[in-house]
Design a binder for this molecule. Structure first.
Ligand SMILES: Cc1ncc(COP(=O)(O)O)c(C=O)c1O
Length: 393
């Protein structure tokens, strides 16, 4: 049986061109970039070239690009690094985060709270939108950072980050934008957004896992979290993941080059999925914003259907999908995002996220609509039969 992969928000397959670009740095190019001989200088040059490539893609200075072990580390460094740096200068003791951020931001903020920092979690509306006024109201004289993601990984809502940036900039507070889900789908140039910190992850862009970027606008103060050999200009110690960094740069360039056509194609597939499911599944509730949503994201709740059973049955039918984020699926707690948009527990527990990508075809979409509709009909039929038995009918 063929598997239809509809979980591109969780991760993407490695692009063969990216693999080709990486291979020399896994084979012969093994020198430590910090070593003082010719073979090592080659790897140093590969890292430097990748930094320039990423900087060109984002239209920033190479010195503002820091390589990390992924999105999670980039976000930890931004949130904790900004808070610790502000406290060190006797300035900030407070961070503002939206209620729908990825756990890498929310758990970092919770950690800061345990260390005595103040944390304000800005609520969202029913579509998952963070309102700029709510961010403005959350700011305090000692606010060290505001974190609002570019688009949500579960329900796909795109945030008004440009408007939020105008507010934070006027108040002199650094803004962190988590662009892990948006690079390759939306415009992610920090100057266009107006943010001071921006996080990316290669494995969401058809690049390798375990490598990411934190863009840090010149003048933004961060305290390092990893101490050691002083790599990445003292901000992120540790021998560089040379092949990963080369792969990230190649993947980012390709994703941005293909963005306009690919985003439009994905939007077509997304809308066909939404329309098909709405037509075939009575009562289906679309979560997230109807228009301001990621070109590749579909998220529904199905009344009367248990989300876990739905995923299991879809898996058996060859569809790889998820309930929400990769880390919340499999847990019995409803996701913090669905809770934040005010979804009743029953609907939150019946969520299905389908995310399309580079290899998704119209045939895949048609097949998945059929499979989802048939699976839900079967599950609802079973639930109705069980209820009749329970009531002795
Ligand atoms: C919005 C968002 N931020 C951050 C991350 C974490 O990135 P990484 O998997 O590279 O640690 C993810 C991954 O699921 C994500 O979707």
């Amino acid at each position: 049986m063929r598997t239809i992969y509809m979980d591109y928000a969780a991760t993407t397959p490695l692009d063969p061109d990216v693999l080709e670009a990486m291979l020399p740095w896994l084979r012969e190019g093994y020198g430590n970039p910090s070593s003082p001989y010719a073979a090592a200088r080659l790897t140093r040059a590969a890292v430097d070239d990748a930094r320039v490539q990423v900087a060109e893609a984002l239209d920033v200075k190479p010195g503002e690009v820091y390589f990390t072990s992924g999105g999670t580390e980039a976000l930890n460094l931004a949130v904790k690094g900004a808070a610790f740096a502000a406290r060190k200068r006797g300035r900030g003791a407070h961070v503002v985060v939206s209620a729908v951020e990825h756990q890498a931001v929310l758990a970092s903020a919770a950690f800061l709270e345990r260390q005595g920092f103040g944390v304000t979690r800005v609520p969202v509306d029913e579509y998952g939108v963070v309102h700029p006024v709510a961010v403005a109201e959350a700011l305090r004289p000692d606010t060290a950072l505001v974190a609002v993601m570019h688009a949500n990984n579960e329900i796909g809502t795109i945030q008004p980050v440009e408007e939020i940036a105008r507010i934070t900039r006027a108040r002199g507070v650094p803004l962190l934008v988590d662009a892990v889900q948006t690079a390759g789908l939306l415009e992610v140039r920090p100057d266009d957004i107006g943010c001071d910190l921006l996080a990316l992850s290669a494995h969401k862009l058809y690049g390798p896992k375990g490598v990411g970027v934190l863009y840090v606008r010149t003048g933004t103060k961060l305290e390092p979290l990893l101490h050691g050999g002083g790599q990445e200009r003292g901000l992120r110690a540790g021998t560089e993941n040379v092949a990963g960094i080369v792969g990230l740069a190649a993947a980012l360039k390709k994703a941005l080059d293909h963005r306009p056509g690919e985003a439009a194609r994905l939007e077509g597939l997304r809308d066909a999925l939404i329309d098909g499911i709405r037509r075939r599944v009575p009562g289906a509730v679309l979560n997230g914003h109807p228009v301001r949503r990621l070109p590749n994201n579909v998220h529904f709740s199905f009344p009367g259907v248990d989300g876990e059973s739905l995923l299991l049955n879809l898996d058996l039918a060859g569809v790889a999908a998820s309930a929400g984020s990769a880390c919340t699926s499999g847990s019995l707690e409803p996701s913090h995002v669905l809770t934040a948009v005010g979804l009743p527990k029953e609907l939150a527990a019946s969520g299905l996220r389908l995310t399309v990508g580079r290899h998704t075809t119209e045939e895949d979409v048609a097949a998945v609509v059929d499979i989802v509709a048939e699976t839900i009909e079967k599950l609802r039929g079973r639930a109705a039969a069980a209820a009749r038995l329970l009531h002795g009918e």
